[in-house]
Design a protein around this ligand. Sequence first.
Ligand SMILES: C[S@@+](CC[C@H](N)C(=O)[O-])C[C@H]1O[C@@H](n2cnc3c(N)ncnc32)[C@H](O)[C@@H]1O
Length: 279
Amino acid sequence: MQISTQEYDAFRDFLEKACGIVLGDNKHYLVISRLNRIVSEFGIASFSEVMKQLSNNTHLKAKIVDAMTTNETQWFRDTYPFEIMKNTILPEFSKKKLQEIRIWSSASSTGQETYSISMTISEFMMANPGALTNTTKILGTDISSTVLNEASAGKYDELSLGRGLSDDRKNRFFIQKEHHWEVRPEVKNRTSFQELNLMNNYTLLGRFDIIFCRNVLIYFSSEMKSNILNRMAQVLKPGGYLFLGGSETPSNYTDVFAMIRTPFGVLYQLKEGVSKSAF
Ligand SMILES: C[S@@+](CC[C@H](N)C(=O)[O-])C[C@H]1O[C@@H](n2cnc3c(N)ncnc32)[C@H](O)[C@@H]1O
């Protein structure tokens, strides 16, 4: 399949409008390699036909956006967000005796981040019996229905468990089946998964104590990052926390978050007054 410069530019515009992902100047090979399978599945003969069909074929559009996302993830990715939760945030929530804790894993991919959050809560509860008397709910969302199906199944093979999960956690939080490992109900029951494009409205999700928005903003323009972070601020409860990816910072995009340094790493907290004025 060949892509002309004009078609490539039109595809870049389509993708940015559809999901925020900004493609670099010379990623023709990436587009071709990611779309090859879909093009033959739909019996489409040329790239110009792809572009023609995109405007009126929602199934094709969803498949293409899905194929263009990068779903790379790991268990307990970068370690520090989970250490901060365990050592700083959960003790604070426990002191405040919150009725309910709501956490949003906003680009959950195949569920590793969402379940790592839930395992962190289980570990905190085991180490501090009675400290969390509230219910904790973790919502995982992603634009890709393919990754969400895997996430909500909660079944992983040995290879994917090997990416960041210790043997101890594997044996404690998973049940071994014949061909895979299944997340134990105590970890799974706190979680739910839902399709959501970060370009769309979040207010129907309700408000959260913590938002994880990790390793997804890197694909967006600065304007879109700023737009997303400002809208996330509106669904955080007063004093709520935000975790970004290791190389990401909101400082250039928004003035609604304060940086908090802990011995484990950095996180962001909604500045006082922001949440109230946003509503
Ligand atoms: C690299 S993964 C990061 C997964 C996880 N947060 C982590 O840090 O390991 C990025 C995820 O963002 C999702 N994504 C990309 N664009 C999105 C959008 N517009 N709305 C929601 N999710 C999106 C992709 O489908 C992918 O699963």
